[in-house]
Design a protein around this ligand. Structure first.
Ligand SMILES: [Zn+2]
Ligand SMILES: [Zn+2]
Length: 454
């Protein structure tokens, strides 16, 4: 045995503790519910992939690929990377399993951890969690609009009302080169004012300069040409239709002429949904169209697609900032309380019987006093206490105490399960009558009536 310091979780990663995991479950449950309403089906891809998938898909000159990927060599000398995003793997799986052969279009969603080696700060971790959706196999603007409406429906179902939608268009392979040329000419004219990173981007990734957060670069590029002025006929019409479809659903949005996303695969529609309460890391969701991605990662033909990825941590922070209560305790229906070792052994079996009967039950597995056990039952907000001491052992009974009103009764052992079920049912009925509605994230479908989407 070697002695050493206590080991800790890696910087930028976090343990989700009991109390938080229940909240995550609720939010993930809402996501799954809305995905089902919109008829998206779940796909689960591996946590790691060939490095090439991301280098080619996201783009070799992007920050993600250049600086942020967790890339390692396995024992066989293959270069592998922990997935920094979900879209390239989903499109890879779509091509690999020929999902297109089963229908012309596939609507998929995913949910899980992603990995990027960024400087950790509030709302930005190195292992973070995203859910996302993709419509693969069609390039109609309705798909772009549906993806946006889908995400807004999730926010609506979660009760998150504070958001703003920003949309743009990056053009396509036909109209982007002309714009890129104009942009390069422009940034060369202000090269001296740009930061070192941006000067390096002029030849490799000039669009990304528009996205630089540094004050100097923002000022220098304030008058840079916009892709929106260089869209060809088809791209302009596509963009106009997406905007009209959103307006038809009364979804408010802002057109951002400088919208750039950090991934090279986007073309045409791009969008972000921001939350004003989050500070610097204010994007809840980003997405767009990626009609060229399938070919970039080795697909034989062009497969159009559009999707979004949303940050679970960000959404939870935004809900919290918006004053939503996010604390959930798991329900505890019965606390079994024993007096002495013999009673504990006796109750052990009964506890399992209750659980098998569908009753959430807890019992103390230490040798604590009755008082301590009752305190624990109250802390867990147990509804009933089932108490067994010498007297009950001798008589073959249990004492059933209603912890809501304090009433006690003696129940013969063989009638314990039906007695418990009866009491719980009565308590539940009473609770339904008087309890005000609480936020549970459940049973609230999306409500996007015209005029309510804001
Ligand atoms: Zn175009
Ligand atoms: Zn810069």
């Amino acid at each position: 045995m070697t002695e050493g310091k206590q080991l800790r979780s890696i910087r930028g990663t976090r343990d989700l503790l009991p109390g938080e995991t229940e909240t995550w479950d609720v939010v993930e449950g809402v996501v799954r519910e809305i995905m089902a309403l919109y008829q998206y089906r779940e796909i689960r891809t591996p946590i790691f992939e060939e490095t090439q998938l991301f280098a080619r898909g996201i783009g070799e000159y992007t920050d993600i690929v250049k600086k942020e990927m967790y890339t390692f060599e396995d024992q066989g000398g293959r270069s592998l990377t922990l997935r920094p995003e979900g879209t390239a793997p989903v499109v890879r799986a779509y091509l690999e399993h020929k999902l297109a052969a089963q229908g012309t279009m596939e609507k998929l969603y995913y949910l899980g951890p992603m990995f990027r080696q960024e400087a950790p700060q509030k709302g930005r971790a190195r292992q973070f969690h995203q859910f996302g959706a993709e419509v693969i196999g069609t390039d109609v603007p309705e798909a772009d609009a549906e993806i946006i409406l889908l995400f807004l429906a999730v926010l609506d179902a979660l009760g998150l009302e504070s958001w703003s939608l920003h949309i743009g268009s990056l053009g396509c392979q036909n109209c982007r080169p002309a714009y890129r040329e104009e942009l390069v000419a422009f940034v060369k004219g202000v090269e001296d004012l740009l930061c070192e990173d941006c000067r390096g981007r002029i030849e490799t990734n000039p669009l990304r300069i528009l996205d630089c957060k540094r004050e100097g670069c923002r000022l220098a590029t304030a008058k840079a040409p916009s892709q929106l002025d260089y869209l060809d006929e088809a791209c302009r019409e596509h963009f106009e239709t997406v905007k009209r479809l959103l307006a038809d659903r009364s979804v408010p949005f802002t057109v951002d002429p400088r919208m750039v996303r950090g991934l090279d695969y986007y073309e045409r529609t791009t969008f972000e949904v921001l939350n004003p309460d989050l500070g610097a890391q204010d994007a809840l969701c980003g997405g767009g169209r990626y009609d060229g991605l399938a070919e970039m990662i080795g697909g034989e033909e062009r497969v159009p697609g559009v999707g979004f990825a949303a940050g679970l941590e960000r959404i939870l922070l935004a809900l919290e900032a918006g004053g939503e209560s996010l604390e959930f305790e798991p329900l505890c229906e019965v606390a079994l309380v024993h007096v002495g070792d013999e009673a504990r052994r006796h109750l052990f079996a009964l506890c399992d019987v209750l659980r098998r009967a569908g009753v959430a039950s807890t019992m103390d597995l230490t040798e604590r006093s009755v008082k301590a056990q009752m305190r624990e039952a109250n802390r867990r907000e147990a509804l009933l206490a089932l108490i067994v001491g010498d007297k009950e052992l001798k008589e073959g009974t249990v004492t059933l105490k209603n912890l809501v009103d304090g009433e006690e009764e003696t129940v013969p052992l063989e009638k314990v399960v039906p007695a418990v079920l009866n009491r719980l049912e009565a308590l539940e009925e009473a609770a339904v009558e008087e309890e005000p509605e609480e936020w549970t994230g459940e049973d609230e479908g999306p409500d996007l009536d015209p005029g309510e989407a804001a």
